[in-house]
Design a protein around this ligand. Sequence first.
Ligand code: ATP
Ligand code: MG
Ligand code: MG
Length: 556
Amino acid sequence: SPAPTSDFVRDEIRADIEAGTYGGRVQTRFPPEPNGYLHIGHAKAICVDFGIARDFHGSCNLRLDDTNPDVEDVEFVDSIQEDIAWLGFEPASVLFASDYFEQLYAWAEWMVEQGKAYVDEQDGETISAQRGGYGKPGVESPFRDRPAEESLAEFRRMRAGEYPDGSRVLRARIDMQNENMQLRDPVMYRIRRSHHHRTGDTWCIYPTYDWAHGQSDAIEGVTHSLCTLEFRSNRPLYDWYLAQLPLETTAPKQREFARLELTHTVTSKRRLKSLVEDGVVDGWDDPRMPTISGLRRRGYPPTAIREFCSYIGLTKTNSRHDIELLGSFVRTHLNRTSQRRMAVLRPLEVVIDNWPTNEDGTPTVDHFDVVNNPENPENGMRSVPFTGRLFIERDDFAEVPPPKFFRLSPGREVRLRGAYLVTCTGVDKDEAGEVTRVHVTMDPESRGGAAPDGRKVKSTMHWVSADHAIDAQVALYERLFTAPVPGERTGDPMDDLNADSRELLSAKVEPALADTAPGEVVQFERLGYFAHDPRTPMLFHRTVGLRDEWANIQKR
Ligand code: ATP
Ligand code: MG
Ligand code: MG
């Protein structure tokens, strides 16, 4: 296997291995809360957690951090596993924080017994007001110094369901004057009568994130607990809890890296959830969504996502990457792998007036062998039918050509890709004056696309035979948010929502596209890469255009 790359996390792990800190072991975890679908930011965390375990011949578990039953659901548990597998990673084990509820509770009792935790009977508002703030002292709870036996009895009654929701909490007894607010006697347990998707109604008290997280890491034998920078201020609490417990092994260590943010994109589960719930998009896997399931449906190859994450690497400062950079990885990959096809998105009929007919008057059919992928000759050739009635893109014709327009217009000769040279002789129009049909004549000597006299044409256009074309629905996408940093202006990303982020077209496509596998991505010549919808046959989503916007941005 290749030598692990160097970054501040890997360097520290390497040092831990050399020092024998964890007996040379490396174990990580990816700990999503099953309260939504994973997004591109999570893809980075997945690449970090699983990638580091792989680089150091360690292991990485998936741990569902399911400590808040109000918002969690098995739908999300399932989608998280599907997304990780699709990205190309396999958890050593799939574990649930809820499986540790009994151990966490036992440790909490131990904390109470040691005088490190107490039951507070004040309401939530009072407790949070007493916390103070920066430069504002904290106020100790009147319950802080109650005898351990009293807290223990209260805590047991909390668990037994004797008290209403919100009437008591268990708090760690640390330091109400600490500069780090997280250490001002943080809450460890809340009373919450809520049905849990795995433990049902067994519990009416639930541990907080901070009380559950490090302890779950310790239970599993995690060595390096990697998370994003916003958890930096939780680290002292993470360490404090572990230091209080009678652990027989070396405590895990938390290290933080920068979140992945992209321009024109929101990567917050809460905001993505509201896009779904408000019907702005069709669902979590709408191809406009930066969710892993959305990117998958849009046709982003998992390899391209992994390569992108590895390219941006691990840093200690947050920054926003240009979404075109991700698009550039996607395009590079698809250029190698995708079959070329012809599709006409906004069809305009073309009639070849001198096209030969059979004895019975029906038009003859010609066939052209076309290369499937010039980047990959092993993909072979296919036969494409050609007749006297075709569709071309409406944009490829202009009755009155503007300056520098070299495509089809009256009197002008162009090449129909790989087939014939044709010259426009006239148009049919409807009552509104709209061109409904274009008439051309072809040069029979130009079969294959070149004239024997070597004359040149300025334009080559794609086409489909009208008699053989099949109908397809094509969805074109623009960015979901117009601003590079959604919400920067007003604080609300929804103010930067692009109202026109999707255009649906009724296209005419070549017959070979009927054989496209669900989920397969093809290149529509001259138009871009398009992903066949995994569920709806003959619905194609534009993955990315052909032009590398990232290269242009770099040139500027
Ligand atoms: P969000 O903030 O989007 O609601 P979250 O942080 O609540 O997501 P979790 O399910 O708790 O999501 O996150 C699981 C792991 O993924 C955590 O370790 C978290 O640090 C990491 N993660 C979440 N968002 C990003 C991101 N944008 N970039 C990198 N890692 C992320
Ligand atoms: Mg979370
Ligand atoms: Mg978060």
